[in-house]
Ligand binder design. Structure first.
Ligand SMILES: [Zn+2]
Length: 277
């Protein structure tokens, strides 16, 4: 009888699940790809879910400029190309699942310059409400143990809309808030504004064994790394320096860290490490 019970326990054992929410195709991997790789190697089910991924045919004006300045012609389906990059990055990190929620990026919602991407959210841009509905559905179906959400550092409107949607729709106690890269790399002292972090503390995660994996995954976003980092060599240099500085900043007893605002309960879940209950 005892043996049967034990067997049942093993049979019903559930893998732990981590859901990574990215505003754009690259944000979660740039920001916390090392943590994703680490959880995947610890037998967690990992889901890489990106919000603003919709292809928009025949882009005009600023939306068109956003792909021309990446060296891509007007005929290229820019978001299709980026979704493929995301799938390659996910494969490198051994993410278990990739979700693309198919919402249009800000340049397709009336934001007409780089300055507007980092200014006030436009009146009438209520996209966070529909994003919230979709995020709630993803959580309901996938039942994650931890959810990784951006802090909104850098103030990009799509990041802020994602944060707002997450706060309204996801189980807040499950959220570990990640530092948006490359914004946090450019401004290491940046702190989140308007987030419910009073009862949270910064949690450094050791990504030392996974840095090379993270760099390779970030490099998979080939259309972005020149624009965001100045090329592959500078990407490597920026990540090495940043994660070293993050570990030093929090006096961690390891050399390379990704840092999250997290509750002690979430820290406990993370520290159990192995993916099965
Ligand atoms: Zn972004």
């Amino acid at each position: 009888m005892i043996a049967v019970t034990a067997a049942r326990r093993i049979f019903y054992r559930k893998m732990k699940t981590a859901l990574f929410i990215a505003p754009h195709l690259d944000d979660a991997v740039f920001s916390c790809g090392g943590t994703l790789a680490r959880l995947a190697s610890d037998d967690w089910q990992t889901i890489l879910c990106t919000v603003f991924t919709k292809s928009v045919p025949r882009p005009q004006g600023f939306a068109l400029a956003c792909q021309l300045d990446k060296g891509l012609s007007a005929e290229v389906d820019y978001m299709k190309l980026r979704r493929a990059e995301d799938c390659r990055a996910a494969k490198i990190l051994e993410a278990g699942e990739v979700l693309h929620l198919n919402f249009p990026e800000a340049p397709h919602r009336g934001y007409e310059s780089a300055a507007e991407l980092f200014a006030e959210i436009k009146t009438g841009d209520e996209i966070w409400r529909r994003v919230a509905e979709h995020l709630a559905l993803v959580e309901d179906v996938r039942q994650p143990d931890l959810i990784f959400v951006p802090q909104g550092l850098g103030n990009h409107v799509d990041h802020r809309q994602t944060v707002r949607a997450a706060r309204h729709s996801l189980t807040i106690e499950k959220i570990c808030w990640y530092r948006d890269a490359p914004y946090a790399i450019r401004q290491p002292d940046a702190l989140p504004t308007d987030l419910p972090i009073d009862d949270l503390s910064e949690m450094p995660i050791d990504i030392s064994p996974y840095l090379e994996c993270k760099i390779a995954a970030c490099a998979a976003y080939a259309s972005q790394i020149n624009f965001q980092f100045g090329g592959a060599d500078k990407l490597r240099d920026a990540l090495q320096r940043f994660h070293l500085a993050e570990a030093l900043r929090l006096n961690a007893n390891f050399s390379l860290a990704e840092v999250f605002f997290a509750s002690s309960a979430n820290r406990f879940i993370f520290d159990k490490r192995k993916g099965a209950n």
